[in-house]
Design a protein around this ligand. Sequence first.
Ligand code: NI
Length: 207
Amino acid sequence: TIRDNLDPNKPMVALTFDDGPHSENTEIILDVLKQYNARATFFVVGYNAEANTDVLKKISDAGCQIGNHTKDHTNLTELTDDEIKEEADYVDKIVKNVTGSPTTALRPPYGAYSERVQQILNKTPLIFWNVDTEDWESLDKNKTVKAVISRVSDGNIVLMHDIHSSTAEAIKEIVPKLVAEGYQLVTVEELLYYKELDIKGGETYPW
Ligand code: NI
């Protein structure tokens, strides 16, 4: 859902979290978001969505957006047409069962896609990022905070991973800092809406 009380003239940033949901770290992140009236987007993988349906429900109840990060986190460009479709449909089925609605964006694992992948995955926009925190590589709270705060600007989509405790700890600093700087923390859906970007199913953004 898109909130109608955001200010289009104030800066916005969309924090995004891949590879979860995670039984502890995703919940820590949701608590911080709630505290600051902030929202984010979670690109979930099939095996973690299936194992953590309660967390999936909490993401949805918090007004956050659920994106599709495929069933098995495989490089989609190496799969057959049917396999690509199954990778996306599988996650949609789980999310729909738990929240009542299918996913509203998709992020291909490793950011790997092709024209063929785009043609098959044409139900939702394919969403990438402007700021790559490399949080999964550093597993370092301070580096993750710095990666966001030093590089973010209005309209950016930030890539993080909610399966890591270092990222959950970093979020406790990132969210208050961004809010203090005047950023509205929004879902990808809200960002596209307020920036008047009409990204159709199978089209990519921001590259
Ligand atoms: Ni991933």
